[in-house]
Ligand binder design. Structure first.
Ligand code: FE2
Length: 249
């Protein structure tokens, strides 16, 4: 059973409504100068944060990823990142309104970790698909051509990504990215919940694999290599292909 969004749309975050500091005199960066309407609008926008729906049933990826993992991953882990991200943004809003620079700086790590967790898990859900809906089917089209050009074959690409994921110490993610500026595929890893954008502003995440233990331990125990081998059997290459063609155009 797919889970309905808890609070509706995910599209607005609200901090974008702040005037850019680069366009303002330092003397204007006080609470009153922002204007009451802007502040109210910002808080209302933050209320739209929500847990994105899963596009498939929790058990739809079995036996490759258990329903228990999918449910815990969605309802416990992802929701916790969203809750803490939302909380940190509200605290940031308060800190900015008070001119509390220490708190503003202190909150950056929480925003990065929890906001990254929200972004990464939202991508991860779209990267997977049940086998009966095309999960694991090799990509055709331009992405397939790019694989062969850059790595020789899809199998070689998967082996390289698995090797990077297996070598990642601690928790993190392994990514297949499109470098929009260089027009080439790139494999990257990020630590903890750092999103791919921390490795470069031109990198588009075509797919990301969660290599935190919570993504596989219940089913695969501590054998990360088996998890990495099987996750490809439910990879949604259709999503990656469509994104590649859109972003590389
Ligand atoms: Fe995760």
């Amino acid at each position: 059973m797919a889970v309905a969004p808890l609070t509706g749309s995910t599209k607005a975050v609200g901090l974008a409504s702040f005037p850019s500091p680069m366009t303002m005199s330092p003397l204007t960066l006080d609470r009153n100068s922002l204007g009451r309407g802007q502040r109210l609008g910002q808080v209302q926008a933050l209320k739209t944060f929500s847990l994105p729906d899963l596009p498939y049933d929790y058990r739809a990826l079995e036996p490759l990823v258990s329903g228990e993992i999918m449910e815990l991953h969605h309802l416990k882990h992802h929701l916790t990142y969203i809750t803490n991200y939302y909380k940190a943004l509200h605290q940031l809003d308060e800190a900015i309104s008070k001119g509390d620079s220490s708190s503003i700086l202190r909150l950056q790590s929480s925003i990065k970790f929890n906001g990254g967790g929200h972004i990464n898990h939202s991508i991860f859900r779209k990267n997977l698909a049940p086998v009966i809906e095309g999960g694991g089917e090799p990509p055709n089209g331009l992405l397939g051509v790019a694989f062969h050009s850059s790595y020789g074959s899809l199998e070689a690409l998967m082996q390289k990504i698995n090797a990077e994921g297996a070598a990642l110490q601690g928790s993190g993610w392994v990514w297949l990215a499109l470098d929009k500026e260089m027009k080439r595929l790139q494999i990257e890893t990020t630590q903890n919940q750092d999103p791919l954008v921390t490795k470069g502003p031109n990198l588009v995440p075509l797919l990301g694999i969660d290599v935190w233990e919570h993504a596989y331990n219940l089913q695969y125990k501590n054998v990360k290599a088996d998890y990495l081998k099987n996750i490809w059997k439910v990879m949604n290459w259709k999503y990656a292909s469509e994104l590649y063609e859109k972003e590389s155009a």
